[in-house]
Design a binder for this molecule. Structure first.
Ligand code: IMP
Length: 435
């Protein structure tokens, strides 16, 4: 009997930028199908092949594998110009090696007015701005929910759209006018859509993605369903309103790939050995500037999409308990452990909120998270260079203590620990495809 393939959902366990691309780089070889499920070019993952580096925003991480079939899934929002630019850049560097690149017809297009509207909205929020990537992500999901979005599949029958476009313009032009922005003409939109059609049409998949995944599993091929961003940026479960506008947890994998939950065999999360976040919003374990600056510099903690410095904090127990519970983690991958060498490491065990002890982040309203006091526990310091360690036993005692604390807080076993930026600088504890 033929072995069935394994379907894995991979998600960020914190506020994004945990190094999901690194997981794919180290463990992606046995995977035939890569599906990115949500978000758009707000994400950024760094791809390094043969010493050459490129930041991908939209493409699934598997594009560098020649055997791979890669898909941009149903809940993505796609700016066709970003798609074209990224595609050309990856091709020029010789990174685009996959057998197939396909885009779901159900994914939504980021329209030019979505970019304008987001800029005005963020400006109007002033000090309370979300700190979005200004890529039109939230406004595109908003148009989707208003039933005024344009889907990638619509590009295949532009002649059917005129009435719909007129309805959209009647809604958004008064908004743009109110903000003092330029309004859009019918012709400008149609020209944009024609441009988008030329870029995207060759990649629109004809066969339902769910069929492709279920067949793949049946015929013994592994499937990796990649979430973007991280658990605490989830639209529903994250630190609302300082979140992105899509589902970033394993639950979102089902809609974004078009499969039922029982098709997924395992859920893995990637976490840093500390915490980072970009943009506004509460961050209970955020660090004082000097130490943050040191970790930021060592860890290269600058936003891959926007170049903004990332905020730095200690590992946050209540956050991990929350994220693990809502994500249903079966295993974790810890990244950037080497960055903490020589630093007196602390981990937050719980928060104090008034006279209450808070063990799980979602016991406090997210608007109140700025008022909790993290209770920090000293883990100690490892002075040894761990970047050459390739097995768990050779790690210093304090580093092991840090990792077992992380596994305890996450309530899931460790699959791997990355101890340096290069491919192969990894301690592998379990094979994610046989686990
Ligand atoms: P948006 O996704 O551009 O709407 O931004 C909403 C929030 O999510 C902002 O705080 C962004 O900084 C954050 N965000 C979006 N994408 C990423 C990411 O890939 N990594 C980290 N933060 C992100």
């Amino acid at each position: 009997m033929m072995a069935t393939g394994k379907v894995v959902a991979l998600n960020g366990g914190q506020w994004g930028d945990e190094g999901k691309g690194r997981f794919v780089d180290e463990f992606g070889k046995p995977v035939k199908f890569f599906v990115r499920v949500a978000g758009g070019d707000n994400a950024g993952h760094t791809v390094i092949v043969d010493g050459k580096k490129m930041v991908a925003h939209l493409m699934p991480s598997g594009i560098t594998y020649p055997e791979a079939r890669c898909f941009l899934g149903h809940d993505m929002v796609i700016n066709p110009r970003s798609f074209q630019k990224e595609f050309a850049g990856l091709q020029e560097l010789g990174f685009l090696k996959c057998q197939q690149l396909g885009v779901s017809p159900l994914a939504h297009l980021i329209m030019p007015y979505c970019l304008d509207l987001e800029k005005f909205r963020e400006q109007a929020r002033g000090k309370s701005a979300i700190g979005t990537t200004l890529r039109g992500i939230g406004t595109t999901y908003e148009m989707k929910a208003r039933r005024l979005g344009i889907r990638v599949g619509d590009l295949q029958h532009l002649e059917k759209l005129p009435d719909y476009i007129s309805t959209i313009l009647a809604e958004i032009n008064p908004d743009l006018n109110r903000w003092g922005g330029e309004v859009y003409s019918f012709q400008a939109i149609m020209e944009f859509l024609e441009e988008a059609r030329q870029i995207m049409a060759p990649y629109i998949i004809g066969e339902p993605l769910s069929k492709i995944i279920i067949q793949a599993k049946k015929f013994g091929d592994n499937v990796l369903i990649e979430g973007a961003q991280g658990a605490e940026l989830d639209l529903t479960h994250g630190t609302y309103p300082y979140v992105t506008s899509s589902s970033t947890i394993a639950g979102g994998a089902c809609s974004g790939a078009g499969i039922g939950p029982r098709v997924i065999d395992s859920v893995y999360a990637v976490l840093k050995a500390y915490t980072t976040r970009v943009g506004g919003g509460p961050f209970p374990t955020e660090l004082p500037t000097e130490l943050a600056a040191l970790i930021r510099e060592r860890g290269g903690e600058v936003g891959a999409s926007t170049g903004r410095p990332r905020r730095i904090g200690w590992l946050d127990g209540p956050q991990l308990r929350h994220a693990s519970r809502i994500g249903g983690w079966d295993g974790i991958v810890i990244t950037k452990a080497d960055v903490l060498q020589g630093i007196e490491v602390k981990v937050c065990d719980y928060y104090s909120y008034g006279n209450k002890t808070v063990w799980d982040m979602d016991e406090v309203d997210s608007r109140e998270l700025g008022n909790v006091q993290p209770s920090l526990q000293d883990v100690g310091i490892f002075t040894e260079d761990i970047s050459g360690c390739r097995d768990y036993d050779s790690l210093p005692k304090t580093a092991k203590m840090l990792f077992s604390t992380i596994a305890d807080l996450a309530g899931a076993p460790i699959l791997a620990i990355s101890v340096g930026p290069e491919r192969g600088q990894t301690i592998s504890l379990q094979n994610p495809w046989n686990y």
